[in-house]
Ligand binder design. Structure first.
Ligand code: PAF
Length: 283
């Protein structure tokens, strides 16, 4: 695997592969890789001949009081894991490479409505930061296929919408969430949990399972399920941002006719803000 930090170097490698007729698969990450990322990478490799991963902790998607400065950065280990996973090129730009040195704020990509709900309401500007950096990365790498985790369900929806609206010739693939054996969704932010909090954290998955089982068996009083899910998590010591039943396609509030649903949670436990979701078809 080759590691590059410059945009021109990425373009040169990708252009050479294209001339050989290769399909390019891409996984953007913020590094600190774990088994969840490796599953994205394995999926990406099935869809391309050459595989590129990026590692960039994107300042634009962190709020002023969030964990940008402390976000875990483990480039040496990430490089080993990407090499073992069969990655061809690791792109690791710095902030100046991605956003320049100027005092002028960068051009932004805003995906309205779908960015404003759920996490967007609690993290203003977050999805604008995500959409902007992913658009830039797509322009740099020009992938045929890009893979994103379903754990960040709203992020995936925002990226799908942006890709369609801006006519990127990239197919977006969602990869299933990878869980610890007790159900906790894998996340770099799980490391912020104390031992006691880590023991409580799987309750998020348990609450999601309870809600989705009820919906699959025909319950359609979503407001009640949301109240019950939130109460269950609060009783375990979580501070809830939301526990919400939404339409899968656009994350709007479902009507009685909607069947393709997703239940989403964002909850804080100590220093960690955990998100998770489960998709369900109404019974
Ligand atoms: O999911 C992430 O790790 C990030 O939000 C992404 C997509 C790499 C953009 O910075």
């Amino acid at each position: 695997m080759e590691t590059v930090t410059g945009i021109a170097e990425v373009r040169a490698r990708v252009q050479a592969w294209r001339q050989e007729g290769a399909r390019i698969a891409f996984v953007p990450t913020m590094g600190n890789l774990h088994a969840g990322h490796i599953s994205l990478i394995e999926l990406a490799r099935r869809h391309g001949d050459r595989f590129v991963a990026s590692i960039f902790v994107n300042p634009m998607q962190f709020g002023p009081n969030e964990d940008f400065a402390h976000y875990p950065r483990t480039p040496a280990r990430d490089s080993e894991m990407l090499t073992a996973a069969g990655c061809d090129l690791m792109f690791m730009p710095d902030v100046a490479q991605m956003y320049g040195q100027g005092a002028t704020p960068p051009t932004r990509v805003e995906v309205p409505e779908i960015s404003a709900t759920l996490c967007g309401g609690f993290r203003p500007g977050h999805f604008e930061g995500v959409a902007t950096v992913v658009a830039k990365l797509f322009n740099i790498v020009q992938p045929d296929v890009a893979v994103f985790g379903e754990k960040d369900f709203q992020q995936l929806a925002v990226i799908r919408r942006m890709t369609a609206d801006l006519c990127f010739p990239t197919t977006i693939i969602g990869a299933p969430t990878v869980r610890e054996t007790d159900g906790l969704a894998m996340s770099s932010r799980n490391q912020y949990l104390t031992t006691a909090e880590r023991a409580i954290a799987p309750q998020i998955h348990a609450a999601l399972l309870a809600a989705t089982r009820a919906i699959a068996s025909g319950v359609s009083d979503y407001a009640r399920l949301e109240r019950e899910g939130a109460a269950q998590l609060k009783a375990h010591g979580f501070h809830l941002d939301y526990f919400a039943v939404r339409r899968r396609i656009d994350l709007s509030v479902p009507s009685p006719a909607d069947r393709e649903l997703v239940v989403l949670v964002a909850a804080r436990l100590g220093k960690a803000r955990l998100i998770d979701n489960l998709q369900v078809e109404r019974g």
